[in-house]
Design a binder for this molecule. Structure first.
Ligand code: MRU
Length: 349
């Protein structure tokens, strides 16, 4: 694991994040000391990527649990309020909710402050360790879909810094590197916040993985001119039928994959599934500050006062997805039946 930059560290009860807004200029680590700072870090995307947000949220709750002491019922109430505050930070990714759904019962059922603290910490550390294993398994399964020499396009950053290690969509490239298999990555820059340009190229270049940067409007031309073999993306929420929310721009990549007759893969852990939703229609799409569109890193690129639409995610219908790669294996032609067959999870409702 040590080969990866750790975007979240929890050591001796000190919680530290790699500030992803400062990359690639600066590898700056920030110690998180209170809830307001943690909430700001999530909202500003200092910590980002669905699995990383969920693990960070877990550690923030642990930190709060050790920060104060009170009569048991008051203590529980305050911690559950912290949990609700964390959940409200960003609406689209479901992983944080899935982690808090495991941590909240520890608070509710706790019989002492000490027991709650210890159990929250133990569970969150276990989830963190498990995430690295899960991501590695995703990478191993994804690599089976590629051949040496393949050129694969991705968007945003679903890499090691968006998880505990390896990433999801980027995991196969790390496994390929370990095994001496040559794969080339094409990274779409991912306006407005440039996670592809700033983060994906940074972490892949650092790992010695072949990566080429393109702007978002170069995708169709690149698919044609560079004979791209497949597209692979991460996910923020996958509904019961396989519809997938991911970074804005993902849907148009899936449409292009169909037009060019190349496979379109989604790589995500089971913690990204939301079996309470029947289809992607019900996914809440986060809309963000218009300034992210009217400026690039603080420099205006549009006239003041212009109307802006700034959705952070879009939904790709399952019919455009060739396969969803999970830690358990690949769900080909994802739909309600194929998802249930692989996950064994009973859909809710
Ligand atoms: O707004 P972001 O940067 O948090 O969006 C992240 C993505 O869309 C990722 O693809 C997704 O969270 C998966 S990260 C393994």
């Amino acid at each position: 694991m040590s080969a990866f930059v750790q975007s979240i560290r929890y050591e001796d009860r000190v919680l530290t994040i790699l500030d992803q807004t400062r990359l690639p200029q600066e590898e700056h680590y920030e110690v998180i000391t209170d809830l307001a700072q943690a909430v700001e870090a999530i909202k500003q995307l200092r910590v980002r990527g669905a699995p990383a947000i969920s693990l960070f949220g877990g550690f923030v709750l642990v930190q709060e649990a050790y920060r104060f002491e009170a009569e048991l019922s008051i203590y529980k109430q305050a911690l559950l309020e912290t949990s609700a505050t964390l959940l409200a930070t960003r609406p689209t990714a479901v992983n944080l909710r899935n982690v808090l759904d495991q941590l909240n019962p520890i608070i509710q059922d706790g019989t002492s402050v000490e027991e709650i603290r210890e159990r929250l910490e133990k569970r969150t550390v276990a989830l963190y360790d498990q995430d690295a294993q899960t991501s590695r398994q995703i990478g191993i399964h994804a690599l089976e879909l590629f051949q040496s020499g393949d050129r694969i396009l991705t968007i945003c950053n679903a890499g090691s810094i968006a998880t505990a290690a390896y990433g999801t969509a980027l995991a196969p490239f790390y496994i390929a590197k370990e095994r001496g298999i040559e794969l080339s990555v094409f990274a779409s820059e991912t306006r407005p916040l440039l996670q592809g340009a700033r983060l994906t190229t940074w972490e892949l270049q650092r790992a010695g993985i072949d990566v080429t940067l393109i702007t978002d409007n170069m995708v169709a031309h690149t698919l044609k001119e560079k004979q791209i073999d497949a597209i692979i993306v991460g996910a923020d929420r996958i509904t019961r039928n396989g519809d997938t929310a991911n970074k804005i721009g993902t849907f148009q990549l899936a449409l292009l994959a169909q037009a060019f007759d190349i496979p379109f893969y989604v790589a995500a852990p089971l913690s990204t599934f939301d079996f309470s939703l029947v289809s992607g229609e019900a996914i809440e799409i986060e809309e963000r500050d218009p300034q992210e569109v009217t400026a690039i890193q603080g420099v205006a690129t549009a006239p003041a006062g212009v109307a802006v639409f700034n959705p952070a995610f879009d939904v790709t219908p399952h019919t455009l997805i060739t396969g969803i790669i999970t830690e358990l294996g690949v769900i080909t032609q994802p739909n309600e039946e194929t998802i249930e067959q692989l996950t064994g999870l009973q859909p809710l409702g």
